[in-house]
Design a protein around this ligand. Structure first.
Ligand code: SAM
Length: 228
């Protein structure tokens, strides 16, 4: 096998429907499209990259993989990488901040009508991304959380539809909250630990600042206790 994919991107790959015509935005080395084609899981792919260096390494990797006829590497900003005639069915946007992913989607939202599925893997600000999805006619059909190299990563799978998320669902993830996986609990326990350390450094006299942190800690504890 040509590509050694990170477990994070392997997890993303499990949500790509079989036979998809994929657009991978921010494709860097084009590892994800190459892996999916090696496994025979997709029909074709566009690897979109906005920066010349990663674009060139994607080009070189696709060439070495022998999938030149199946993967089109394009130097393009976000969703400008595809046109309606490409008939893209699935879009992956991984390894970027949640706000950047939301901005990329927003800048090309008119092109999303014919796309069946978005698979998004924000490195942070997952809440901003969930708000964007909710406000733009998407519903989250699945979520996953995993850990690799000491970091936690969330995967958000969205399709056209309506959803109404509560504040807690926006922050913690509607599916992740329900599933309460061990990794989810570890992530939020780590957040509690950080907040408790911060709380310890705030003087007792500073009641307002303490109350803000105490409330944050309490909310996380309630979410973790909710199902367990
Ligand atoms: N998707 C890969 C992954 O998850 O491992 C690469 C992640 S890398 C940290 C982010 C990549 O997205 C970079 O190569 C960057 O140049 C690219 N990128 C950032 N903004 C972009 C945009 N608006 N359009 C296309 N690519 C973008």
């Amino acid at each position: 096998m040509y590509v050694q994919l990170s477990q994070r991107l392997k997890d993303v790959a499990t949500y790509v429907p079989k036979g998809a015509k994929l657009l991978d935005v921010g494709s860097d080395h084009a590892y994800l499209p190459i892996y999916l084609l090696e496994k025979g899981l997709i029909t074709s792919a566009i690897a979109g990259e906005v920066v010349k260096g990663p674009y060139e390494s994607a080009l070189a990797n696709v060439s070495a993989s022998g999938f030149n006829d199946k993967i089109d590497v394009r130097l393009a900003n976000g969703l400008a990488a595809f046109e309606p005639y490409d008939a893209v069915t699935t879009i992956t946007i991984c390894g970027m901040g949640g706000r950047l992913i939301a901005d990329i989607l927003d800048a090309g939202k008119d092109k999303l009508k014919d796309v069946d599925r978005l698979i998004l893997q924000p490195n942070n600000r997952e809440d901003d991304l969930r708000i964007w999805l909710m406000e733009n006619g998407f519903t989250i059909v699945a979520e996953a959380i995993m850990t690799e190299n000491g970091k936690y990563y969330e995967i958000i799978v969205a399709e056209a539809g309506q959803m109404n998320l509560s504040e807690r669902e926006i922050r913690f993830g509607p599916h992740l909250m329900k599933e309460q996986s061990q990794v989810f609990q570890l992530k939020w326990q780590r957040e509690i630990n950080k907040l408790e350390i911060a709380l310890g450094s705030i003087p007792l006299a500073n009641q307002d600042d303490r109350a803000v942190l105490e409330e944050k800690i309490q909310t996380i504890k309630e979410v973790l206790d909710h199902v367990s």
